[in-house]
Design a protein. Structure first.
Length: 380
């Protein structure tokens, strides 16, 4: 008799996104530094503008010259900072993409012969092309914008605390409210991204099937028969994309209304403080610019948090393999091989149902049957 011992086909050859970042710790640190440098560029531009207006307040040539020097410094420094930032980030992006493509290849190679045959080849093509491109677009763009948004917010709040603690604290409160709105839309955004991925995979499969059979379709003039189902697939895909776009628009409009209303209130309040001589013209310009930058950048940052989460979901889909259970036989074929109640199904089609037979040593067995009856499956 056959004694089966269940074991995992292979250990998980993949890793989580956190493990991937830890493996590239040095490059990731450089990337974080480079991304944070982009926040200095925005702050320096604001400081350059505020100092330019501050020249009006200066009564001496020394003060005017000092202001002009600060304006020149803050205006031209961001150019060099952006170049340094780009060089620090590019190595990490290259290494991560190489590893993600390698992990995707390993996932495909981990399939057994049976599981590979069950999966359409277009699914693997979609994973290696569409999904990886989607991950590349969302992951790095989201990571950069999140660091930029939160870094700018942190530096801007420090500046506002010196100008008006009330404005700084109210900005933090509005930001927390925006984060709450983003959290409400988080599960919907992730679900829609998953549906979009599945629809893209289905579209690729259908398109590949039609292209492979295009010669036969043209030969028999059957173009019109294949047009309706293909249009249906495209319509479903675009409807899913439209729904995802509408959800994003609702969230964006709600955030924009809240941010715009708060911005107008702060403009009025800061102008009142300036009229009362409680803040200088330089401080007023700083408030006008920083409030807009902080609130709107945080809206962008919260939206990119959802995109980062969905990009991690895409990474898992591309790279994660599920343990498979197989049987390894430990047998001594001395008496007989007996199979009892063997049932096997391929997708929804039953190949074997309650199959029973006995084979004795040195006995010749002939397996016959029509094509597709399961002969190769049985022997394999």
């Amino acid at each position: 008799m056959i004694k089966l011992r269940l074991e995992s086909l292979l250990e998980r050859i993949t890793m989580s996104i956190t493990q991937l970042l830890k493996q590239n710790r040095k490059q990731f640190i450089f990337y974080m530094i480079g991304a944070f440098l982009t926040t200095l560029s925005g702050l320096f531009s604001t400081l350059a503008l505020s100092n330019a207006f501050g020249i009006i307040e200066e009564a001496t040539w020394i003060g005017i010259r000092t202001r002009i020097l600060w304006v020149v410094f803050f205006a031209f420094t961001p150019i060099g900072v952006q170049m340094i930032s780009r060089f620090l980030r590019i190595g990490f992006m290259r290494d991560i993409l190489i590893q993600v493509r390698t992990l995707a290849y390993q996932k495909i190679m981990s399939h057994t012969y049976e599981s590979y045959r069950k999966t359409p080849k277009e699914h693997f093509m979609s994973m290696l092309v569409s999904d990886i491109n989607l991950f590349e677009k969302d992951f790095f763009l989201s990571l950069l914008n999140i660091i930029f948004s939160f870094g700018s917010f942190f530096l801007g709040i420090i500046v506002l605390l010196f100008i008006s603690p009330l404005i700084a604290l109210s900005t933090i409160g509005v930001t927390l409210l925006l984060y709450g709105i983003t959290s409400v839309f988080k599960p919907i955004a992730r679900k829609n991204k998953e549906l979009t991925q599945n629809a893209n995979a289905g579209y690729n499969t259908s398109l590949s099937n039609i292209l492979q059979g295009l010669e036969v379709i043209k030969l028999y003039h059957a173009e019109e028969f294949f047009k309706p189902p293909f249009e249906s697939i495209i319509r479903i895909l675009e409807q899913i994309k439209k729904k995802a776009f509408q959800i994003d628009e609702i969230q964006a409009n709600l955030n924009h209304w809240l941010a715009g209303s708060y911005q107008m209130v702060i403009y009025v309040y800061a102008t009142y403080l300036f009229v009362q001589d409680e803040i200088t013209l330089t401080a007023l310009i700083l408030v006008f610019n920083l409030i807009g930058q902080l609130v709107w950048s945080m809206i962008s940052g919260f939206n990119f948090i959802n995109r980062l989460r969905t990009s991690v979901d895409i990474f898992d889909r591309i790279t994660q393999t599920q343990p498979q259970i197989i049987g390894t036989s430990e047998m001594k074929f001395e008496e007989e091989l007996q199979v009892v109640s063997l049932t096997f199904s391929y997708e929804l089609k039953k190949v074997f149902e309650q199959l029973e037979f006995t084979i004795k040593p040195h006995e010749k067995v002939l397996v016959i049957g029509p094509s597709g009856s399961g002969k190769t499956t049985l022997v394999g």
